[in-house]
Design a protein around this ligand. Structure first.
Ligand code: HEM
Length: 290
């Protein structure tokens, strides 16, 4: 504290100890804020790397098969991938896979702050494309799951269907808040949307984390893809991130340095778990199919 500000403080009747305390409180607050920003940045970098690998796998495996005119190769992974004589549903699944790449890369672009600040028109247009992709992904996913079927039991189909409804809800609210120029609320809903859209990716990464930690497929049957572990994983992958983002937004706005530090620690732990899941998913699921 400079001599003049100390004199001013004494003249204003403020005890020095109190001022010293508030200054160190402010320092603590700034440091905690910085920690939280770094932790969120680290989380984003890990997620971005994992999502780019996922997008490269989808384009490389499904895209290449389609480009070669051999969509039946999809069936190496998907039990109901390409079905001869069902052109309508094949097209819906093809759209689902194509837009999986668009939405994964688009979501990452939307969240890069310098892009939002320096190229607002780009952010607006990619944002609109992202919202359209979110609707296409949810509706095509619902059509495939309920009209054609896939692995898993009824509970897992219901759980992922609620994920589709969550995506549609977050997309609608994020869009309406942007139209109303409520950009603070738009940002919050866009984050919720990004996490809802990332649900299927969290599921894959979470599954691989679970398999690595347990040294094998514990709690489910790997052939039918049914079991309590997968029901719980579905709930965790699709809905827990909404709780975490709520805590993150509150910690960001909180005056308490401890809240920010605890949140930063939690985010870092989640990022490390995610990194393990991404490494396993890349090595076991994605790279071998390319
Ligand atoms: C919005 C983000 C989504 C992305 C990025 C995405 C991506 C994918 C990908 C890449 C596949 C191929 C499987 C693989 O190789 O891993 C797939 C399959 C599938 N997706 Fe999605 N998906 C999303 C959302 C949804 C939703 C919300 C639903 C359901 C409501 C859904 C239903 C399905 C179904 C049923 C299959 C499997 C089809 C089969 O077994 O033949 N997806 N998805």
């Amino acid at each position: 504290m400079s001599a003049s500000s100390t004199t001013a403080a004494i003249a204003a009747g403020q005890p020095q100890g109190a001022l010293g305390t508030s200054r160190s409180d402010a320092d603590r607050g700034r440091t905690a804020g910085r920690l939280l920003r770094y932790a969120a940045g680290f989380w984003f970098c890990v997620a971005a790397l994992g999502q780019l690998i996922f997008a490269a796998y989808v384009a490389g495996f499904y895209g290449r098969a389609a480009a070669q005119g051999r969509p039946e190769l999809w069936n190496k992974v998907l039990p109901h991938g390409y079905v001869a004589g069902e052109p309508g549903l094949n097209l819906v699944l093809g759209m689902h896979l194509l837009f999986a790449v668009v939405i994964t890369i688009g979501g990452l672009l939307q969240l890069i702050p310098p892009l939002r600040r320096r190229l607002p028109a780009f952010h607006r247009w990619t944002g609109r494309a992202y919202l359209v992709a979110a609707v296409i992904m949810s509706v095509s996913g619902l059509v495939v799951i309920w009209m054609r079927g896939t692995v898993g039991d009824f509970a897992s189909h219901v759980i992922i269907s609620f994920n589709a409804l969550l995506i549609l809800t977050c997309a609608t609210v994020a869009w309406r808040r942007a139209r109303a120029h409520r950009f603070d609320l738009h940002r919050q809903w866009a984050l919720r949307l990004f996490l809802a859209v990332s649900g299927v990716w969290f599921f894959r990464v979470g599954l691989m984390f679970w398999i690595v930690v347990n040294q094998g497929p514990v709690g489910f049957d790997p052939d039918s893809f049914i079991g309590p572990a997968l029901t719980v994983l579905g709930l965790v992958a699709y809905f827990l991130p909404q709780g975490v983002v709520e805590l993150y937004l509150r910690a960001q706005q909180s005056r308490s340095p401890s809240a920010k530090v605890v949140m930063a620690g939690g985010l870092t732990a989640l990022s490390l778990m995610m990194a393990v899941g991404i490494a396993a998913a890349t090595a076991i699921m994605w790279l071998p199919r390319l």
